[in-house]
Design a protein around this ligand. Structure first.
Ligand code: DQA
Length: 155
């Protein structure tokens, strides 16, 4: 089972960026923690004779690169975890890309967007996602991985 983790603009600045909102963990911590979760799920799945879970990561500050990453995932990945960051609230192109490939996707936000500004309440990508995880810090990516693996496993 191959999962692509896609992060949008400024997620590479985690740890430095507004730590009171996004915490002190870095993007590297996020990658390490999510990889560790994939190993944990794989070990459990192995015991149960189920698929191993492999995760790959892409971070970009450019909307078009995020769209291309989603397109290239077609036929290559079984699931997508996506934090489009600020593009969550603006990008119909990312929504359309997710709809185009039809790969099961989970939306993640590090901060609790529901308790922030009015304009952050809009999420274009949500329509193409099976679930949203918000306000759990970088651990939200591990949570999203559990949701995704369970959902794909049922199919
Ligand atoms: C974010 C929330 C967005 O509103 C913001 O623009 C981000 C990060 C989050 O992970 O909490 O860049 O997606």
């Amino acid at each position: 089972m191959k999962i692509l983790v896609i992060d949008g603009p400024n997620i590479n600045m985690l740890g430095v960026r507004e730590p009171e909102i996004y915490g002190r963990d870095t993007y590297e911590d996020l990658v390490d923690m999510t990889r560790a979760k994939a190993r944990e799920i794989s070990a459990k799945n192995y015991e149960e004779g189920k698929d191993m879970v492999k995760v790959n990561f892409i971070q970009s500050n450019h909307e078009g690169e995020l769209v291309t990453a989603i397109q290239k995932a077609y036929g290559m990945y079984d699931g997508i975890i996506i934090n489009p960051a600020a593009y969550t609230h603006t990008s119909i192109a990312i929504l359309d890309a997710l709809k185009a490939v039809g790969i099961p996707a989970v939306e993640v936000h590090i901060s609790d967007v529901s308790s922030r500004e009015e304009w952050r309440q809009i999420s274009y990508v949500r329509e193409a996602c099976i679930a949203t995880v918000s306000g759990e810090g970088i651990a939200g990516y591990s949570h999203a991985l559990e949701i995704l693996v369970e959902n794909i496993g049922k199919k």
